[in-house]
Design a protein around this ligand. Structure first.
Ligand code: 5GP
Ligand code: ZN
Length: 113
């Protein structure tokens, strides 16, 4: 099993897990770019956003909803946050198992560099 995030989902690689259910996992980013920085992943291996199908797209809504709730638990709902999904080279995707970033706890610049 080569995929890093599949291995995290299977607990073969430890992570700081914030939430888990049958379809998804949320855990803190190992190299946080903001005071709060966590990732929400589907347990199913989907390589990139390009591989998403209409049948699977409700998963994204569930991931966004979970990230929103976790942002509240982190106390950053009012100060604000950013959700990001990177796709392929120009998007800066490094791990090819789709994941939603949530960053907050400081003022984030815009536009991204
Ligand atoms: P991408 O650039 O693919 O959108 O983001 C991948 C993210 O995964 C990066 O923010 C990176 O720090 C994080 N990451 C990479 N390897 C690990 C790991 O082993 N554990 C955790 N918790 N995060 C990781
Ligand atoms: Zn995977």
């Amino acid at each position: 099993m080569a995929c890093l995030f599949c291995q995290i989902a299977e607990k073969k690689i430890p992570s700081d897990i914030m939430y888990e259910d049958e379809s998804m996992l949320a855990f803190r980013d190992i190299d946080p770019q903001a005071p709060t920085h966590f990732l929400v992943i589907p347990k199913e291996h989907i390589e990139t956003l390009n591989d998403l199908t209409p049948e699977k797209s409700s998963l994204i809504g569930d991931m966004v909803n979970r990230a929103r709730e976790l942002a509240g638990e982190e106390g950053i709902s009012e100060s604000g946050y950013r959700m990001v999904m990177n796709c392929n080279r120009d998007g800066g995707q490094a791990v090819f198992h789709i994941h939603l970033h949530l960053l907050g706890g400081r003022s984030l610049g815009w536009p991204p560099g």
